[in-house]
Ligand binder design. Structure first.
Ligand code: ADP
Length: 383
């Protein structure tokens, strides 16, 4: 029997009335991500988060409508609460404090209030910093975890939120196998080398299809950010999903970020991607704290010769050209890879190694930049 087509699925779904019995869910634009594979159909229906429970019958009706097609083995409809980025200015117009040199007002215990564009901070979290990259595989997560640990080594209380839905890596990089416990709605973060950690990897099984993860990203991120007992944190590092698509843009809009750090390899192509990342943060008026060049040079562990496998210095010159601070270079080194993939990040497993020192220097740069951005906010304590 030929596979059911997306159109047939949508035709069936257009018979399902929308919330409050107005229109139908297809013409209202609520149906997204239809995936048909081997008789199994998965799709999502976008509804306001607060109405999800009440709209459960709508979800069931949608499943039933599709299951009436011939050749259907299983139908799964998921209610999602993704908010689309608006095409209009994504944030309120910058106020004078953001645009000029006047420091923004202090908000006690309101996380990242300085550049939050009116978004509510997270109680107890003083600064939220995004670590982002234009594309995957450039070492964003490795950099996030080592940066977070380097910051913690300076006596700061640091949390790490792994929001990389495409490949949550913090459970592996920090060697955490436990699952978070919940008290009512509030999840307890797990701990890794003194960091408080929350990851999509704790909540979503690795084999969960992307189709589920994608639309869930915003609600899951909001939950991981706001419904977690982070306690008091000087800094929360958010390991962002790679890329600059809608999900990333929406996240940058929704998380009250104090600043963003961009990780790039030296290759031109990665730099072009990094530029997209920069523009994304600029669009949502999040200050760019700077750019880090990862896999910058390769020093042969046997002969000590330096080879610039991906070129060298591309990120620095690009940062100069764009007028963005350059935060440092991390070499491509086997020890960085084996330790981060083995659950013992180099910053804690060999804290005195040359590589750990580089991460600590970058951490100082990041703090300096953050301090410059939040010059009136004394919560960051240097030790
Ligand atoms: P991303 O988060 O950008 O997808 P990861 O941090 O997962 O990238 O890194 C991809 C791979 O590259 C991992 O195996 C990681 O250990 C390795 N890696 C990252 N940075 C370095 C480095 N500086 N030297 C050696 N290996 C690295």
């Amino acid at each position: 029997m030929p596979e059911v087509t997306d159109k047939e699925v949508l035709d069936q779904l257009s018979k399902v009335k929308g919330p409050d019995l107005k229109g139908d869910i297809v013409s209202l634009g609520l149906v997204e991500n239809v995936l048909v594979n081997d008789g199994k159909v998965i799709f999502s229906i976008n509804v306001p988060a607060e109405r999800a429970q009440e709209l459960e019958p709508l979800r069931e009706a949608a499943e039933k409508a599709v299951s009436q097609l011939d050749g259907i083995a299983k139908v799964t409809a998921v209610l999602t609460a993704e908010r689309k980025p608006s095409s209009a200015p994504v944030r309120p117009a910058p106020n004078s404090a953001q645009a000029g040199n006047v420091p923004p007002p202090m908000q006690a215990q309101a996380g990242a209030a300085a550049n939050s564009g009116g978004k509510a901070g997270v109680p107890g979290i003083k600064n939220i910093i995004a670590v982002a990259s234009g594309k995957g595989g450039v070492g964003k997560s490795t950099t996030s975890v080592n940066l977070a640990l380097a910051l913690a080594s300076k006596g700061l209380k640091v949390g790490l939120l792994d929001a990389d839905i495409y490949g949550p890596s913090m459970p592996r990089m920090l060697g955490i196998t436990d699952k978070p416990t919940a008290q009512g709605k509030i999840l307890s973060p797990l701990e890794g080398y003194g960091l408080k950690v929350m990851s999509m990897g704790f909540l979503v099984e690795e084999e969960t299809p992307m189709i589920w993860r994608g639309p869930m990203v915003i609600s899951a991120l909001t939950q991981m950010l706001r419904e977690v007992a982070w306690g008091e944190l000087d800094l929360l590092i958010v390991d962002m999903p790679p890329g600059t698509g809608d999900a990333q843009l929406t996240m940058s809009q929704q998380v009250p970020l104090a600043g963003a750090v961009i990780v790039s390899t030296p290759q031109d192509i990665a730099l072009i991607d990094a530029r997209k990342g920069l523009n994304m943060f600029r669009k949502v008026e999040v200050p760019i704290l700077g750019i880090i060049e990862n896999m910058s040079t390769f020093i042969c562990p046997k002969c000590g010769e330096q080879s610039d496998i991906f070129g060298h210095g591309g990120a620095r010159s690009e940062a100069d050209r764009l007028g963005i601070p350059f935060l440092g270079e991390i070499p491509l080194h086997m020890d960085i890879r084996t330790n981060s993939d083995g659950g013992t990040p180099i910053t804690v497993s060999s804290p005195d190694s040359a590589h750990a020192i580089i991460y600590k220097q970058i951490a100082d740069e990041v703090l300096g930049r953050l301090e410059a951005e939040n010059s009136n906010r004394p919560q960051i304590v240097f030790e």
